[in-house]
Write a protein that binds this ligand. Structure first.
Ligand code: FE2
Ligand code: FE2
Length: 218
């Protein structure tokens, strides 16, 4: 399904994806790795962003905005946290089978739809008249699942894109999706509590749960 897209995706978009996500190297299956790169290159090709690091480091537009850094930091962080979980369970409970490749690909691709949901052109369009197609028309999990399927990624990774978020509360998540969902929530919660997120962009839920640690003075 993906062959046609790979031919059309500009090489510099794919090179940027590889540069922004070094954890792609942790995907053992070379086909899965190429599909993950394709999904992101496809996402960027349909957006006004050239690189993943150019996408604002935010949970959704305007909410939980990182003081510094882009979306690459979040994707890499969630993947690393999730891998820590997988490695712990593999060592402590060898009988617990968690698919490491699906966790890495899912971690790196779970927010692939943000190239769409966080695109300033889309935001301006939706703000101008949300009555036409909705605001947003498709949240990043839904658009992300669409991109994953277009890129030929396995159903298990498309499921993680679709269901890592509250959208997944409507279904029974896969084990690997549970791992990414928990890592995603933990990453935002810890980043916010550590004061890495702009205070005015905290969600009401997080503001109820903790005070942000003040910035260290140099
Ligand atoms: Fe997300
Ligand atoms: Fe996320």
């Amino acid at each position: 399904m993906m062959n046609g897209y790979r031919a059309e995706l500009p090489a510099e978009l794919r090179a940027g994806v590889v540069a922004d996500l070094p954890e792609l190297d942790l995907i053992a299956d070379p086909i899965l790795r190429e599909q993950a790169i394709d999904a992101w290159a496809l996402a960027l090709s349909q957006s006004s962003f050239a690189r993943i690091r150019d996408i604002p480091g935010e949970a959704i537009p305007g909410k939980l905005v990182l003081k510094q850094g882009g979306q690459d930091l979040h994707l890499r962080g969630v993947t690393r946290l999730a891998l820590g979980t997988v490695d712990y369970f593999a060592a402590a409970f060898p009988e617990a089978e968690i698919d490491r490749d699906i966790v890495v690909a899912g971690g790196l691709c779970h927010d692939v739809g943000k190239a769409f949901e966080c695109d300033p052109d889309n935001l301006a369009r939706w703000r101008a008249d949300g009555s036409r197609v909705g605001r947003p028309s498709l949240r990043h999990p839904i658009y992300g699942a669409h991109l994953c399927l277009l890129a030929g990624l396995p159903e298990a990774v498309a499921h993680i894109a679709a269901c890592h978020s509250p959208e997944g509360d409507n279904v029974r998540r896969s084990l690997e999706c549970v791992v990414i969902h928990e890592a995603d929530v933990a990453w935002w919660k810890i980043a916010a509590a550590a004061g890495l997120v702009r205070p005015e962009t905290l969600t009401d839920e997080f503001a109820r749960l903790f005070d942000q640690r003040a910035e260290r003075r140099a």
